[in-house]
Design a protein around this ligand. Structure first.
Ligand code: BES
Ligand code: MN
Ligand code: MN
Length: 479
């Protein structure tokens, strides 16, 4: 065998031999409750960032925490082996997690990770159960372990590839300080040629995939104010507007009979799904019926914008969703009240080339035109980011495809995702960087939900894929 072959075999053998230790390290990280949205957990966020920086230092990277005004960002570098002429890769991940609520639905505490076999009735195999197991600490740890394997078995930091590593602590709470951070560090980030993110999913077990596009997001809240006080619904019902009823009447107009969004101009900038993409997605043989069944729905629930399949609707079409609605009395028993206000969280998933700010503005204007008599609106913009799609034929994309194929024995499917990862749009718009999403999650991982898990087979595939990507990058880089 040649030197290259021996080297990568050594790296993969190291991963095999040290798998339990690697999962153990992940569990140490998962014990830190780095919930970014709740200020009470700020010190834990710093601890989780420090944990990651220490890991990176221990395998040769220069790593530090950078202040953002919110939770710190971990930045790390390695200059690469002399003679490496391949791409300088920016690896992005996030160390923050979603809140664990509702706590009572967890089979074991969210921040006491458990490694266990599948139970009767559960698909898949051995798994880590904890908040952050797959989103995103578990996926980042597949990268960290690949870096460790290369260092331990070859002595090369980052396997000799030129890396910049950026781990964010506010992804799950809207990446509020990221835009400014990217702007202030653009000289540093501009040195990178491409971004790599492991924070997405596969098509299924044994169906590895690379994601070449994520949707954007515009998140808003609207409050409809009526009287200056709550009212007795016997005395005032029928005499003045009820903000809940009026808000519901307005929001019910958000979709037409074909379930298209009715805001004027909403679809103006939408980049249509290419014919070739539609054909390619059909070939993936995605089974919507099975997917619906897994979440307790029948085939009748296959609803959405008319004229598009489920995959097309998720990957290539924009949507408007109500994420929360409040008003009036929601406690136990009955209370006859007309509330002074009602509110709704309304978000829009966007595709290229929609402008998230423009969409929020258009929605607010649409509400205004429908202001119920005697009522008043309050509009809140909770932040946004554009969608992105990545060219599928770049050199680095080909490296990633080959790496995943070698790691799994199967050619990865090229997919998109309906989810959003704000950094990708910022890197594209500000620095022109494309992002390759090499993720290892499954549809039933319970992301953001109680009993989040990451299956060890997926974790192993992630670690091997990242290790093999290094081998591919080295070879592309003339080493
Ligand atoms: N990792 C997810 C997004 C994701 C999950 C993409 C699965 C593809 C497949 C990310 O952490 C996330 O939850 N993003 C939020 C963004 C929001 C908080 C700005 C989302 O998509 O809702
Ligand atoms: Mn994530
Ligand atoms: Mn998430």
């Amino acid at each position: 065998m040649d030197e290259r072959g021996e080297r990568i075999d050594g790296v993969l053998a190291w991963l095999d031999a040290n798998e339990d230790a690697g999962v153990g390290r992940l569990c140490d990280w998962l014990k830190i409750p780095s919930i970014s949205t709740d200020p009470a957990y700020a010190a834990h966020c710093v601890r989780a960032a420090e944990w990651a920086a220490d890991q990176l230092r221990s395998v040769g990277f220069e790593a530090e925490l950078r202040a953002t005004g919110g939770h710190p960002i971990v930045m790390a570098h390695s200059g690469g082996e002399p003679g490496y002429r391949g791409p300088h890769v920016l690896f992005y991940g996030h160390y923050d997690v979603q809140p664990a609520d509702p706590l009572e639905l967890w089979e074991s505490p969210a921040f006491e990770p458990v490694v266990r076999e599948a139970r009767e009735g559960e698909e898949g195999g051995r798994r880590v159960v904890a908040r952050g197991a797959v989103d995103d600490k578990g996926q980042v740890s597949t990268f960290l372990e690949a870096m460790r394997a290369w260092k331990e078995s070859s002595g090369l930091t980052g396997g000799g590839v030129r890396w910049t590593i950026m781990l964010e602590g506010e992804e799950e709470s809207g990446s509020k300080n990221l835009e400014a951070f990217v702007r202030e560090h653009q000289a540093e980030l501009k040195k990178c040629d491409v971004c790599l993110i492991s924070d997405t999913g596969m098509l299924g077990r044994d169906r590895p995939a690379i994601t070449y596009g994520v949707r954007g997001l515009s998140y808003t809240e609207v409050v409809l104010h009526g009287a200056n006080q709550d009212l007795h619904s016997g005395l005032w019902g029928g005499r003045c507007p009820n903000p809940i009823t009026e808000l519901a009447r307005v929001l019910a107009q958000l979709h037409d009979k074909k379930r298209r969004v009715t805001i004027p101009g909403f679809y103006d900038d939408v980049r249509p799904i290419k014919k070739s993409e539609r054909a390619a997605w059909k070939k993936l043989k995605f089974n919507q019926k099975t997917a619906l069944k897994a979440i307790g729905l029948s085939a009748a629930a296959d609803v959405g914008e008319a004229g598009f399949t489920a995959l097309e609707r998720e990957w290539g079409r924009p949507t408007a969703e109500l994420n929360g609605i409040t008003g009036g009395y929601t406690g136990a028993g009955a209370k006859t009240v007309i509330p002074s206000r009602a509110s709704a969280k309304v978000s829009f998933r966007l595709v290229a080339d929609q402008n998230p700010k423009k969409i929020a503005k258009a929605f607010f204007a649409w509400c205004k035109e429908r202001t119920p008599p005697g009522c008043r609106w309050e509009f809140i913009d909770h932040g946004s980011g554009p969608g992105v799609t990545t060219p599928v034929d770049s050199e680095t994309m080909q490296c990633a495809q080959r790496a995943m194929k070698r790691a799994s024995g199967r050619k990865p499917a090229m997919i998109r995702s309906g989810g959003s990862i704000p950094v990708a749009g910022m890197l594209k718009d500000r620095l022109g960087l494309d992002t390759i999403f090499m993720g290892f999650g499954l549809d039933d991982d319970r992301v953001h939900s109680p009993n989040e898990k990451f299956e060890i087979d997926c974790w192993r595939l992630g670690a091997r894929s990242h290790a093999l990507l290094v081998d591919e990058l080295r070879s592309a880089g003339g080493l």
